[in-house]
Design a protein around this ligand. Structure first.
Ligand code: NOJ
Length: 568
């Protein structure tokens, strides 16, 4: 049986606003992406994940969709999309689109109709409730703040983006529910008409040839039908709202019914369309549930964000420690029961990994090690534009410069996500080659004269060329392509080492990374079968002194270095 394409893929996330501006309006667009597909082919990208490019009021920069079957004129047309896909296909690059199923824009015609009265044809397409009288028992002071016409929201649910999760609509004298911004009303997935409409819309894109979907915010699809209060866990979050334990708005069992149907839909199309899910899990056991347990009939690839983001949703990003990576790489290899992990270190919602893991002195070296983990462990790899060249997070320093609404409402504690969304850096020239317009929608990061595709592609030691080299090895070295992983030297606090070997025992590769600022002597406790090698071949090494080694004895790894060796 041939394996599905996505199993070994490098999937590259593009934030369309920020990748390449072909028409000089300061905002990226689809034709800009098409013009740069050659670069992605050169790098070895297998698939693009396009963040939403559908018509949208852009309150949440595309995650508030007002028409699911068209392209926002700011980004181009459906014909531009078709051209992008056709050229990508020639280069053997697939296109995965973002599917926002949980909510629409409040400007979507469905919502406009739904909000117009209590008895229109779409009255039940969103989650509506009359609320409770302000003076009823148990109504919290917080709830009262969001009351209207004597009615308070029905419960204490808080929007992830600040304020109550309920918004009053005078025409209905009711509240509607929104997990995210109030301009992103949640669809009522208990209504079969909603499910049918969304599935039809997904068929529209599959028929157009997309290679699958990245499902946005999928755990939030359903809410408790009794609208019970969430437990308050004490204190307030960065937006000043009570912290909640989200039991009634997150991962309800019905989500999994929808995923099973969606999986059948995808599987009914040729070419193995992939279903990727945006899930942040507390542990690997929770990641496993998203595949559909024993039946494996839900997501093909739930994001395993534990390796790259740890428990970021609790406000805790992991430090750059061998033990952290070893733990989650090992768990992904052993607790997913053969399902393919999807590792991800970067996306448009979080500070870039180079800043989160960097120590301020060795950031590029650390970024090389992150790339090494991403590309040499047995997982599908998901990366984010600019990570391959070392783009950094450029957080606005003044409130008036912030574009992301959560950064405006949460300032200064929450500065929003603009920092990870700055324009792609192509050249050392004006606007980093992103746009001819000096007024780009977000400013180009200051380091663009050094950190850019043109400069780095000419430098054999650059982060970009390190990435390219690893992407190549992942394709050509059987052990890296499809070998199992054996973690080595498991107690070492500074060096992360593992063996990849094919089942037939014909190929084996060792990957070692010194994650500390001091030189470390390599001590590999190789399994018996692997010790017969006396002529290791260096496949890649970050440092010159490692490139010429002839034996695995007494190797000294310089600070923050990586060594990848084939054993025979
Ligand atoms: C997750 C997306 O990645 C994020 O950018 C967006 O704001 C929310 N979902 C809401 O759609």
């Amino acid at each position: 049986m041939t394996e599905p394409w996505w199993k070994h893929a490098l999937i590259y996330e593009i934030y369309p606003r920020s990748f390449a501006d072909s028409n000089g309006d300061g905002v990226g667009d689809l034709n800009g992406i098409t013009e740069h597909l050659d670069y992605l082919e050169w790098l070895g990208v297998d698939a693009l994940w396009l963040a939403p490019m559908f018509p949208s009021p852009q309150v949440d920069f595309g995650y508030d969709i007002s028409d699911y079957e068209a392209i926002d004129p700011m980004y181009g047309t459906l014909e531009d999309f078709d051209r992008l896909q056709a050229k990508a296909r020639e280069l053997q690059i697939r296109v995965v689109v973002d599917m926002v199923l949980n909510h629409t824009s409040d400007k979507h015609k469905w919502f406009l109709e739904s909000a117009s009265s209590r008895d229109n044809a779409k009255a039940d397409w969103y989650v509506w409730d009359p609320g409770v009288p302000m003076d009823s028992r148990g109504v919290t002071e917080y709830q009262k703040k969001f009351g209207h016409e004597g009615m308070a929201p029905p419960n204490n649910w808080v929007s992830a983006f600040g304020g109550s999760a309920w918004e009053w609509v005078p025409a209905r004298r009711q509240f509607y529910y929104h997990f995210f911004y109030r301009q992103q009303p949640d669809l009522n997935w208990r209504n079969p008409a909603v499910e049918a409409a969304m599935f039809n819309m997904m068929r529209f894109w599959l028929d157009r040839g997309v290679a699958g979907f990245r499902l946005d915010a999928i755990p939030m699809l359903f809410e408790d039908p009794h609208l019970r209060n969430e437990e308050e866990t004490g204190g307030v979050n960065e937006q000043g709202d009570p912290n909640l334990h989200r039991r009634y708005t997150y991962n309800l069992p019905q989500v999994h019914d929808v995923l099973r149907k969606l999986r059948s839909l995808a599987d009914s199309y040729p070419g193995d369309p992939v279903v990727i899910g945006e899930v942040y899990s507390y542990d690997t056991a929770a990641v496993y549930t998203w595949y559909g347990g024993e039946a494996q009939d839900e997501l093909h690839l739930p994001m395993d964000t534990l390796v790259g983001f740890g428990h970021s949703f609790l406000g805790q990003f992991p430090r750059f420690r061998a033990a952290h990576f070893r733990k989650y790489i090992q768990e992904a290899a052993t607790q997913l029961r053969g399902s393919r992990p999807l590792f991800v270190f970067d996306n448009h919602d979080n500070p870039r990994s180079i800043d989160r893991f960097g120590d301020g002195l060795h950031d590029t070296q650390i970024a090389k090690l992150i790339a090494t983990i991403l590309l040499t462990t047995p997982a599908t790899a998901m990366t984010y534009y600019g990570a391959e060249i070392g783009m950094v997070t450029t957080t606005p320093t003044r409130k008036q410069d912030v574009k992301d609404p959560i950064g405006i409402t949460g300032w200064p504690k929450e500065k929003g996500r603009d920092g990870a969304r700055t324009p792609m850096q192509w050249t050392p020239g004006a606007q980093a080659g992103f746009s001819t317009n000096p007024h780009t929608w977000l400013p180009v990061a200051a380091n663009y004269t050094k950190v850019n595709v043109e400069t780095e592609s000419a430098d054999p030691d650059s982060l970009l060329n390190w990435n390219k080299r690893l992407v190549g090895l992942r394709r050509t070295e059987p052990a890296l392509h499809n070998g199992e992983i054996v973690l080595l030297d498991g107690e070492n606090a500074d060096v992360l080492s593992y063996l990849r070997r094919t089942q037939d025992g014909r190929a084996a590769v060792i990957v070692s990374m010194n994650m500390s600022g001091q030189s470390q002597t390599l001590a590999l406790d190789l399994p018996n079968t692997e010790t017969r090698s006396n002529s290791p071949r260096v496949l890649a090494a970050t440092d010159k002194c490692l490139q010429a080694i002839t034996s695995l004895n007494l190797i000294v790894l310089p600070p923050f270095s990586a060594l990848i060796v084939s054993l025979w």
